[in-house]
Design a protein around this ligand. Structure first.
Ligand code: NAG
Ligand code: NAG
Ligand code: NAG
Ligand code: NAG
Length: 430
């Protein structure tokens, strides 16, 4: 994870010092819905390797695989306007009202693309193909969801949030919106990495809201981040100090940073550096990584807020997801104690939880998953450990065998709970 940090920082400096700028190449079709990605596409039209997936928007990824999509703007209670996607399986369009909704929550430094860019086995398409109504969030601050009812993204105040607000406001508003649109009382949620921080936060602090879920699949459950794993292996205090200097997006020019990284990945000479970077930053399993697609993956990395990273590094230091630490004085005012309180994991209903974790995860270490298991008030409903001893953090999104080890398992787990499906799809009639 930290390498991403260094590279982003380095490229930003080169960008600033050497005055490298990009001419906008004509009007891009996605300009209004994702200006950052449009800018990156223009850059990669000049310097990229011509792969149509490079810097592709989620709408473009969905259509290129033969599906259709709908875009929904969802406004949170604190005014952020999220741009969410829904995959439409054209062969099940008529039966849509009967399809069980599944909400996918992407990891840190990604967006909706994380569920779509793997080839050949992205979970979003797998579920849509099998007759699920797939909804994909883009949390606040990603290049898709940089709008607000009254805050300007140029203003540091817009970036004053972390996974806490994402869990409490973004996920909540999205779930309510899906229920309202579909008429289903309960939905299935699948969170991966930061997606699990958000769910753990929400389930701990809003236990009543768990009624809205049939099951919650936590892929790499991250209740504890200390001692082991990528976040814990870097100098915590200096990073926290750097992140506290000012609020804003990280990286500040994501189109240029990730566009440049994609160019680096596409060149034969620099591809090994790029692969190394991916392994160090996200923990990939080399035999599962398609080296010829790293440029696509790099081009689709997304941004977050510095405060979110700061909250994550605080969580590493405390080794327990907790409220944000604002310093003693403000903590007293906000929480009535000098230290920020830990999130009450005992509020989480383990009967609704499915864990998926790997033995070689370099980001959410199995020993931390074990601590989280022990912190819950009961055993989780299902505790699946991926049957590949080298399975690493990024593999859920990128592995060549993501279907064999991950996607097919998710599908089986959902199907085994068949009674969850309030209406069944009957394709024989149409
Ligand atoms: C941001 O949201 C406001 C309020 O809904 C809307 O009027 C405006 O067009 C949006 N801006 C962008 C760039 O989407
Ligand atoms: C629920 O759906 C109705 C009808 O589609 C719409 O008018 C209303 O604004 C929606 N409410 C929310 C909270 O999305
Ligand atoms: C790896 O990616 C390249 C470029 O997208 C593609 O042509 C190739 O088929 C992929 N290999 C595998 C094993 O999927
Ligand atoms: C499915 O639809 C067909 C045609 O409308 C009907 O004959 C059949 O009984 C239905 N099957 C079920 C299980 O409802």
């Amino acid at each position: 994870m930290i390498y991403l940090f260094y590279i982003a920082f380095y490229i930003s400096i080169v960008h600033k010092c050497c005055g490298v700028t990009v001419e906008k190449a004509g009007p891009a079709p996605i300009e209004s819905t994702n200006p950052t990605l449009a800018e990156e596409q223009a850059f990669l039209q000049l310097f990229g390797n011509g792969d149509p997936d490079e810097a592709a928007s989620c709408g473009q990824l969905i259509e290129s695989r033969g599906f259709q999509y709908e875009r929904y703007y969802v406004t949170t209670k604190d005014g952020y306007i999220l741009q969410n996607f829904r995959i439409i399986n054209r062969y099940a369009r008529e039966a849509r009202k009967t399809l069980k909704p599944v909400l996918l929550l992407h990891p840190l430094f990604t967006s909706c693309a994380a569920w779509l860019f793997n080839s050949p086995a992205a979970l979003g398409f797998l579920l849509a193909n099998l007759g699920y109504d797939v909804w994909i969030i883009n949390v606040r601050g990603t290049s898709y969801s940089t709008n607000h009812t009254h805050l300007d993204p140029e203003d540091p105040e817009f970036w004053d949030y972390s996974f806490y607000e994402i869990g409490i406001y973004d996920v909540t508003a999205t779930v309510e919106h899906i229920k309202n649109e579909t008429g289903f009382e309960k939905i299935i949620v699948i969170g991966f990495s930061q997606g699990t921080f958000q769910m753990i936060t929400q389930m701990s602090l809003m236990p009543w809201f768990q009624d809205n879920y049939d099951i919650v699949i936590l892929v790499t459950p991250g209740g504890f981040l200390g001692d082991f794993g990528a976040f814990a292996s870097v100098p915590n205090k200096p990073i926290q100090e750097m992140l506290s200097l000012s609020n804003g997006p990280f990286p500040s020019d994501s189109a240029f940073v990730f566009g440049s990284l994609a160019v680096l990945c596409a060149q034969q000479l620099t591809n090994p550096i790029c692969i190394n970077f991916f392994e160090e930053a996200f923990g990939f399993n080399r035999k599962q990584l398609n080296a010829s697609r790293t440029n696509v993956y790099a081009s689709l990395i997304d941004r977050t807020s510095k405060k979110n990273l700061l909250h994550i590094f605080q969580s590493v230091e405390r080794d327990h997801l907790s409220f944000f630490d604002n310093g003693e004085v403000k903590n007293y005012a906000l929480y009535g104690s000098a230290e920020p309180p830990e999130f009450p994991f005992y509020n989480i209903n383990p009967n609704k939880l499915i864990f998926m974790s790997g033995l070689n995860d370099q980001v959410i270490d199995q020993r931390n998953v074990q601590k989280f298991r022990n912190s819950l008030c009961d055993r989780v409903e299902t505790d699946h450990i991926i049957q590949d001893p080298y399975w690493n953090h990024g593999d859920y999104a990128l592995a060549l065998e993501a279907y064999e080890y991950f996607g097919s398992v998710v599908v089986d787990l959902i199907r085994e709970r068949d009674d969850l499906t309030e209406c069944k799809l009957n394709l024989s009639g149409n």
